[in-house]
Design a binder for this molecule. Sequence first.
Ligand code: SAH
Length: 204
Amino acid sequence: MRNKLADVLIAKGIVDVKVLNAIRNVPRHLFMDSSFEGHAYQDKAFPIAADQTISQPYTVAFQTELLAIEPGHKVLEIGTGSGYQTAILLKLKAKVYTIERQLELFKKTNLFFKKMGYRPKKVIFGDGYKGLPEIAPFDSIIVTAGAPEVPKALMSQLKVGGRLVIPVGAEEQIMTMFIRKSEKEFEKKELGAFRFVPLLEDKN
Ligand code: SAH
């Protein structure tokens, strides 16, 4: 079923062989509630705990492809959710730091990683808007929730040459990639419309 899912993603335009192999390797059904398990290899988002969703496989593959991950890259993920995207990044041999603001999901997914032997460098409970200044700079940063605006902290925590992939917008989001060209310059690319649960900011 995972091979078939990879074929669907190829038909939709995913070309990176390493990303496709990661999709072929990660058992998505284990990241989902048992009531949806039977649908795990459809190319669709599904509900997880705390009113959140596990992203659609195409979206996961698309964002991951844009990150251009090399083994050993230091990657920050905002929105751990089910941990599926995290597991894909780990398959690509990234060193992953991942932040989740829903306590229930943070606890559940952190435990699940341990049980499954997935080893992100750090799973953090907190507000991803602020990034992770103590670990920055990152080779890439991926945001897996819809951001009404691009958090400045995330831009500043990229290495020169690094990439930020973030869906930007309220109702609907435009997948946006920033490549840091120098301390001060960023190249911006807009790559189509998607729908995510919102990136929420903790105001205190
Ligand atoms: N990568 C996840 C996507 C989950 S949906 C997966 O494939 O399962 C997006 C997640 O972002 C949700 O779990 C939501 O709680 C989280 N989120 C929203 N705002 C956030 C913030 N400011 N900081 C960290 N996580 C946030």
